[in-house]
Design a protein around this ligand. Structure first.
Ligand SMILES: [Zn+2]
Length: 88
């Protein structure tokens, strides 16, 4: 019983430490996102993708555009998707 409580408080301390680190990172790096709702498509997609770096976000957006919207991965598509990136 006490062991469980100790573990729980240790875990929450570890979590707080982690959250603190994330908060510090967010000062340096703005969260970026692409919101499919801004670009009406035949399927009325409501997906929003977000990441801390443009590279990660673009990769995820390309994956989404090709697998869900049936686009071909190309430099043109990547340019279009890069234009959709917004910062919060
Ligand atoms: Zn979509």
């Amino acid at each position: 019983m006490y062991d469980t409580l100790d573990n729980a408080s240790y875990l929450s301390e570890a979590m707080n430490e982690k959250i603190g680190m994330i908060a510090i990172r967010e000062v340096d790096m703005a969260r970026m996102f692409v919101d499919c709702r801004d670009y009406p498509s035949e399927m009325n997609c409501t997906i929003a993708i977000s990441a801390d770096t443009k590279k990660e976000l673009l990769e995820a957006a390309v994956q989404h555009a090709t697998s869900v919207h049936g686009h071909q991965d190309s430099p043109e598509l990547r340019r279009e998707l890069a234009k959709m990136i917004k910062t919060q």
